[in-house]
Ligand binder design. Structure first.
Ligand code: RFL
Ligand code: PHB
Length: 390
């Protein structure tokens, strides 16, 4: 078959791109190696910047988010027993974030794609990209034992960190930058009332903790843990006890606990691949970059790539212009590196590092102290947290 844009991966990046292009009359196919249920079963991000919210509305997939998403004006940082409220809205002149889970975003995008009869192939095995140096790159895959071939004008790799797209880029043009952190996050989802109305980030002597949420009755909590931690050893009771021990007494006392409905460990990593385009292959989202989750930037950064990718492709088809395509990698990378910097900074500020020296610990305390006293420092934090402009 022949399509204009072949998209690999049906995570938020791939679904959003195919929806935005379809609405402009550009034909796409999305090839996903997993089942729809598997994709929806991954519990990941929860905080959406306004830019991503706007893009979901543009994709006609924002109605439920507008009804059910929680608008947050601020969040709290706790360190050495001190509480610091970051008034995002006041500090940025009115910007807020929306708390709405990645699972819900993905579900809404799947529904929007289905409503338009979008072409989406789940359980597409062994997707391969070939003819990269021609004007008609080709995708091949297997499904139910049969071989399939799709001839495209463009291929967009939205297939995450472990996907095939980045590996298909000519290795002599690709540069990779990476930092692996010496810890992970242990996350629990539970049907319990969130411990506070706003998110709480905690830098405690026992390690980082985060109190987040998905709704008024569903909580998401994280604990810093060893990167090779054994999930089996974390009973729900142990998790709640450890979380309470990292929270101030009054917050610990009001923590509602219950059975976990999901529990997982995520490693923390910073990663960028450059460039994001070679000929008619483009990379977007986690296929091109990873941030540690501390700044809540992963999903939002995927959305900003899709903003640039969709505009570049629409410009190509509607105005016969290659300018957006030529600038794609540059435009994305400018924003990516700023989000990488912010996520690295938040991670460094809030975690205990196994190899930290007393000097490092004092610097961390000084940084938090500075943040407490300086409006300028709080403003810099707030403007990055709500998201830099596209
Ligand atoms: P995704 O969501 O990884 O989707 C990629 C899709 O591509 C499919 N795929 C393939 N399909 C066909 N052929 C192949 N060869 C393929 N290889 C892979 C996969 O099955 C999948 O469906 O990437 P996308 O769309 O770019 O979206 C990015 C976001 O998912 C990601 O940035 C965030 O979830 C990152 N992230 C978090 N971000 C936050 O802002 N806050 C968080 O709390 C947070 N927690 C997380 C996270 C990422 C995690 N990962 C990647 C392990 C927790 C985890 C565990
Ligand atoms: C989440 O709710 O999953 C979440 C929120 C904020 C973060 C990371 C994860 O910084």
């Amino acid at each position: 078959m022949r399509v204009q844009v072949g998209i690999i991966g049906a995570g938020p990046s791939g679904l959003l791109l195919s929806q935005l292009l379809h609405l402009q009359g550009i034909e796409t196919i999305v090839l996903e190696r997993r089942t729809a249920d598997y994709v929806l079963g991954r519990i990941r991000a929860g905080v959406l910047e306004q830019g991503m919210v706007d893009l979901l509305h543009q994709a006609k997939a924002g109605d439920r988010m507008a009804r059910e998403g929680l608008i947050h004006d601020g969040f709290e940082i706790i360190f050495n027993g001190k509480r610091l409220h970051i008034d995002m809205k006041g500090l940025t002149g009115g910007d807020v974030v929306t708390v709405y889970g990645q699972t819900e975003v993905t579900k809404d995008l799947m529904d929007a794609r289905a409503a338009l009869d979008g072409q989406l192939v789940y359980e597409a095995e062994n997707v391969q990209i070939s003819d990269l140096d021609s004007d008609t790159p080709k995708l091949t895959y297997q499904k139910d034992g049969a071989e399939h071939e799709v001839i495209c004008d463009f291929v967009v790799g939205c297939d995450g960190y472990h996907g095939v797209s980045r590996r298909t880029m000519p290795q002599d043009i690709l540069r990779e930058f990476e930092r692996v952190y010496p810890f992970g996050w242990l996350g629990v989802l539970s049907e319990t009332k969130p411990v506070a109305e706003e998110l709480i980030y905690v830098n405690d002597k026992r390690g980082f903790a985060l109190c987040s949420m998905r709704s008024e009755t569903r909580s998401r909590y994280y604990l810093q843990c060893a990167f090779d931690e054994d999930l089996e050893e974390w009973t729900d009771d142990r998790f709640w006890d450890e979380l309470r021990s990292r929270l101030p007494d009054e917050t610990a006392a009001s923590l509602e606990t219950g059975p976990s409905i999901e529990k997982s460990i995520a490693p923390l990593r910073s990663f960028v691949a450059e460039p994001l385009r070679h000929g008619r292959l483009m990379l977007a989202g986690d296929a091109a970059h990873i941030v540690p989750p501390t700044g809540a930037k992963g999903l939002n950064l995927a959305a900003s790539d899709i903003y640039y990718a969709s505009n570049a492709l629409i410009e190509y088809y509607q105005d016969n212009s290659e300018q957006g395509l030529d600038n794609y990698s540059h435009n994305c990378l400018r924003r990516i590196w700023k989000a990488e910097r912010f996520s690295w900074w938040m991670t460094t500020l809030l975690h205990r590092f196994p190899d930290e020296s007393p000097f490092d610990r004092r610097i961390q305390a000084a940084e938090l102290d500075y943040l407490q006293d300086s409006q300028a420092a709080q403003k810099a934090l707030a403007e990055n947290y709500v998201g830099l402009p596209f």
